[in-house]
Design a protein around this ligand. Sequence first.
Ligand code: MN
Length: 325
Amino acid sequence: MTARNISITDAARLFAENAHRIAVIGHVNPDADAIGSGLAVVHAAHLLGKEAWLSFAYPDETPETLRILPGADTIVRPCDMPDDIDFVVVVDCGSADRMGVLHHLAEKVPYTLIIDHHRSNDGFGTHSVIVPRADATAQLILDFLDALGVALTPSIASCLFAGLLTDTGGFHWGSARAYADAARLVEVGIDADSLTRQLMDTRPFSYLELLGTVLQTATLLPDAGKGRGLVYATVPHDVYKNARPEDVQALIDVVRTTGEAEVALVMREMTSGVWTGSLRSRSLVNVADIARHFGGGGHRQAAGFTVTSSLNDVLHTILRILDNP
Ligand code: MN
């Protein structure tokens, strides 16, 4: 099944006319863009007199940092999703397998609408709005809600701000529209300071210990990629299993500050021999291409993959790709 690409206006019409009991699905290991976008759709559906539930396949619990978002307490586990759903909205999810066990829901209903900004989106679902230039899926949801005629509430604006904030690295990068959208969301009356502090700048003390352990593995290969440089660090399974997933995911933001490296990589061992890699580039290298080589995907400057392999083999493959782009 290949999705029909439609405009945001047509997507809003499809939703307004056909959605009554809605499952909103975010990707596995959801981030603030997935949860924020998903909750914004749930809030909007409620305002339109529809029923809607947000879910994601794993982990079992909503990441602790994201529980501050309005409505996060209503997120349901996949097993608690009502079975008489008539419409599915999938947010921020580049491929069907990123829905995990929830992909079966998408197959049961007549409408599965994908709203996403991953260039590598593989076109699953029945209808899709894929806009790779969007800074965040939250930005597309803002357009979607405008097209639906839903007025922004502080709850909706907080959720969308969370996605925009984190997908732009705390507004370290982004289009002019990202800043204009942020202004619009702040004007609704949200507490942007507090959201930013909690989502970007607050970690438990154990994060400092995790950082200490992982940074000891940091390795700089300045000659990699014809002198562009690669920096990488690894999180062995025994360290990974004792840390919060969001703290492990945040490690890349420290590793990528290395000025001598165009590409940064953090490899975490999910289970024995199964590695998930987070890739970042400064500007020259398209890391989504590297991630795709391992069956992953993402954006030009931020991508990820999961692979069953040895760490050495993965590194050798990445070095080979960097040397021969
Ligand atoms: Mn996103």
